[in-house]
Design a protein around this ligand. Structure first.
Ligand SMILES: [Cu+2]
Length: 290
């Protein structure tokens, strides 16, 4: 009897240690706003949504680890204890009410424990009700364009820097010519639409992954809590250059954001459309008519 409970305690201790080792390994892995070689864990959080995602991920990791080790231990025990040579005359038992209740109730409780924080997070990440500004994201084959309706409505396109044009320190396949600049500690409503096919705007450190669909507007939000550059990628297969339309979000202080807006308004000013448009003449070649 004593031997049995000792064995049980030892098994429980092993479960616990394995779970914590797995969490330490996965959660402590990387601290960066871009994917790193051999990275195991998720990128460091830079928004409340991502913090909540990381928390739920760690909870699930414990549950998954414990269940997997428990089932594995049961299988090994059964294989050893009830193998033909050790157990030549098998029992004909088919029902055990207590065990049947336990294996129904315990999984139900586990599902409830997962469902409650899961639904809470789902509604939390859905939208922000007190947005301080709006960012419009447009997906194209194969680049992004961004629009700032609350800052005068300027818009610009954001293309990946090609390998040959990379400057020292720029990240291959992640750096873009025009980064999306956003202020920190600000609730930003993000509206997303597509112009051709489906794309997906995914920035890992911000916990955002929203589909970009032609003909409809999807909504999400970010609140970036520390300055930095957060890289992401299109993660909906959208055609041949799907891998070459990265996202670079640069989070700056509110004062720096105002300065950037003033500069961006000039830089990305839309050319006046009134009266100066040259009408193509009959003899123009297509190139000259532009
Ligand atoms: Cu895409």
């Amino acid at each position: 009897m004593v031997k049995g409970s000792l064995k049980r305690a030892a098994v429980l201790a092993v479960f616990g240690l394995a779970a914590f080792a797995a969490i330490a390994l996965l959660a402590g892995g990387a601290e960066a706003s871009f994917p790193q070689p051999w990275q195991l864990g998720m990128q460091q959080s830079a928004s409340p949504v991502k913090e909540n995602i990381a928390w739920l991920h760690n909870l699930l990791l414990v549950i998954i680890t414990v269940i997997t080790i428990f089932v594995l231990a049961l299988l090994i025990y059964v294989m050893v204890r009830f193998r033909a040579s050790a157990n030549p005359k098998p029992t004909r038992t088919t029902h055990n009410t207590l065990i049947e209740i336990v294996w129904t109730v315990v999984p139900t409780l586990i599902l409830v424990v997962i469902a409650v924080p899961s639904f809470k997070l789902l509604y939390f990440m859905d939208r922000t009700f007190d947005a301080e500004m709006t960012l419009k994201v447009n997906g194209h084959q194969w680049y992004w364009s961004y629009e700032y309706p609350d800052q005068g409505g300027f818009k610009f396109e954001s293309y990946m820097i090609q390998d040959g044009d990379l400057k020292p320190g720029q990240k291959r396949l992640l750096e873009v010519d025009n980064r999306v600049v956003l202020p920190v500690d600000t609730n930003v409503r993000v509206l997303l639409a597509g112009t051709d096919v489906m794309h997906s705007w995914m920035v890992s450190a911000l916990g955002v992954q929203t589909y970009v669909v032609p003909g409809r507007v999807n909504e999400t939000w970010v609140r970036i809590n520390k300055p930095g550059v957060y890289y992401g990628q299109c993660n909906q297969i959208c055609g041949i250059n799907h891998a070459y339309m990265p996202i670079a979000v640069e989070a700056v202080s509110k004062a720096d954001f105002e300065r950037w807006v003033a500069e961006a308004k000039r830089k990305f000013a839309v050319a006046p459309q009134d009266g100066n448009v040259r009408v193509a003449a009959a003899g123009d070649t297509p190139a000259a008519a532009k």
